[in-house]
Write a protein that binds this ligand. Sequence first.
Ligand code: AMP
Length: 457
Amino acid sequence: MQTTPEEEQTATVVRFDELGLNETTLKALDKTGYSSPSPIQEALVPAALEGRDCLGNAPTGTGKTAAFLLPILERVDERERLPQALILAPTRELVDQIGREFGRLSFGRYTRAVGVVGGESIYQQQRLLQQGCQVVIATPGRLMDLMARRTIRLDKVKMVVLDEADQMLDVGFQPAVEAILEAIPEPRQTLLFSATMPTPLRKLSERYLKNPVDVRLIKDNEDATIPAIRQAYLMVEPDRKFELLVRLLEREQPERAIIFCRTKHGADRVGTLLRTHGLKADTMHGNLSQAQRNRVLHAFRMGRLKALVATDVVGRGIDVRGVTHVFNFDLPEDPAQYVHRIGRTGRMGDDGTAFSLVLPDQGKLLDQIERAISRELEGDRVEGIPSPPRPVHHRPQRGIYMGRRPGGRKPFPPRRGGGGHHNNNGGQGGHGHGHGGNSGGGGGFRGRRSTQGAGRP
Ligand code: AMP
């Protein structure tokens, strides 16, 4: 019997519990709602859990952050309060994004990460480091400052991640990166991620990576094109939404656009209104027969329609080259859906633009979407249409990242072996290291500061 490519794909889907991750991690993953590992996670996690050095070229949007955080979470000893994993990233935004993903994935653990970035109080960062953490996420410049002040200890670090290494070199961090790597004791595990491999980076990787597993993912992967798409949002009052869409279409003059609506009824309404404004638009949603859908899609593909108004169910299956614009007339309820939607444009390296219309009460959803794509959308507006302010939500105290624990806030577990030096190799292999969870009582406890955020805004 013949299988379709989709059937083949489902038949080979790997599950998180096949990657060698322990129960605590699987529970945290359960909470994130990620249903299965992304390709980079599937390839990288088992190798990294074995302690291998890895070289990956997966861009943002492919789940690479979790690919390196999951092995880190399994391999660090949460009872040891000195940094055991160091993640270097080129920008403070990226450090913050990694920290937030860390907060999600460390659910149920005592593991803490401290963000070390320029432009923020070094004293606060020193204080957080003193309080103890297992993971440091840093930009190279500020980390060098702390090293010069001798206020950070890196002698227990056994895992190093260089994220977006090409960008770090681009902004002149190469000497700092090298100095930092020199300061980390051997043996250590090094994971390097980079979208490109310029010669200086190749040399650096040859010098610092030992027999790395080469996880060169994706050239044609749809997600890989996402960073190239221009993505903007426009704040708007509900009663001005349609007017805004029309004005935006006039301004942008899209060659081919897909307009996403949340409901079939909404899609019909927008389709009709656009036609009354003289735009060659048609609607596609689940109420249409397959023959009708094919007809509409054919017209769109042939360029007879400028705009296709669609709901998610049918919209995500549309694979048409040359879609120059995606408009989220309604924001998707599920942030992951946003990625599917905008993946309709910018396909195979084409240029693409995505606009999202956001209502004043959808600020949180917009935050979630930005987190899901690990990048901030650009704010845009159209002359003459009022743009209400984007709501600012409370974010947790900057710089500290930790997971929520099922029983609420709990102090650190007791120090192991009375706080003496111990050569911690416990993470080797990483699997099934028993996780007591509740430390119950005993000495050496330290409570969490009440203002500390839980990693999830
Ligand atoms: P990254 O490539 O690490 O920037 O990840 C992009 C987004 O994908 C982040 O918001 C992650 O939370 C999310 N993500 C990571 N792994 C998975 C997965 N296995 N399934 C679904 N979403 C994921």
